[in-house]
Design a protein around this ligand. Structure first.
Ligand SMILES: Cc1cc2nc3c(=O)[nH]c(=O)nc-3n(C[C@H](O)[C@H](O)[C@H](O)COP(=O)(O)OP(=O)(O)OC[C@H]3O[C@@H](n4cnc5c(N)ncnc54)[C@H](O)[C@@H]3O)c2cc1C
Length: 210
């Protein structure tokens, strides 16, 4: 589906990280782990980039979380950081096959801006009565309030800027569905960590941000 939608809220949720709430167009539905394409012109240049749902559902509104790496990011993510309520964006989607499908035991590994997918998916799985573990790697964490809330509501939440493998071996149990969201280096580290606990990386649902 293609639509032009209004931004209804923008809030800072950590260093160089914003959560952007968008109107859901009529008939739009998306599950945690799916993503939308956002298109806009920045300084006369057209861009299109993908952003993963960071809300537990897309009823009426949905949220994305954008993390801007001060050294690597290009103009588009910086542009999103400057958005305000009432601005409009062109979106299409939802896209992706690596999303939450009511699994009862989830382990979500998020790196950098992949924390958005991790909190949205964790919230949805808890709401559905599932068991939830989130392992989030970042040297400047975001979404701390929602991570704390997940922990209070019974999820296992680990925030680290160290070695993922140690934490995956503490948290992962057989039969859990693993989800991995983040940029390429993080995805590789996460898959290696899963393999080290004898979880088949091919069974993980993985979205590589690039
Ligand atoms: C399926 C999918 C889902 C995605 N979901 C999200 C999401 O939920 N949130 C989100 O912020 N981004 C997400 N991305 C990445 C997003 O689409 C953009 O690539 C990102 O915002 C950078 O865009 P840019 O034009 O500013 O920089 P570009 O010029 O496109 O960036 C160039 C390169 O810099 C590196 N880079 C850029 N930003 C970062 C960062 N924050 N951390 C580490 N390396 C970085 C990457 O290697 C990238 O390829 C997703 C990408 C894909 C493919």
């Amino acid at each position: 589906m293609d639509a032009t939608v209004a931004v209804t809220d923008v809030s800072s949720v950590g260093p160089n990280t914003v959560a952007i709430v968008l109107e859901s167009p009529d008939g739009f539905d998306a599950r945690p782990g799916q993503f939308v394409k956002i298109s806009a012109a920045v300084d006369g240049e057209e861009y299109a980039r993908f952003y993963t749902l960071s809300s537990p559902d897309a009823h009426e509104t949905f949220e994305i979380t954008v993390g801007v790496d001060p050294e690597e990011a290009g103009p588009f993510s910086r542009h999103l950081l400057e958005l305000e309520s009432g601005d409009e964006l062109d979106i299409s989607g939802p896209f992706g096959n690596e999303y939450y499908e009511d699994e009862s035991h989830v382990v979500v590994l998020g790196g950098g801006p992949g924390v958005g997918a991790a909190v949205g998916l964790g919230e949805r799985a808890l709401r559905d009565g599932g068991s939830v573990a989130v392992i989030y790697k970042d040297d400047a964490p975001a979404h701390e309030e929602r991570l704390a809330d997940l922990r209070e509501r019974g999820a296992t939440v680990v925030v680290t800027d160290g070695d993922l493998a140690d934490h995956v071996s503490e948290v992962y149990t057989d039969g859990a569905q693993a989800f991995v969201y983040g940029f390429a280096d993080f995805v590789q580290e996460a898959l290696d960590a899963l393999e080290a606990v004898d979880a088949d990386p091919a069974d993980a649902k993985v979205e590589n941000f690039g």
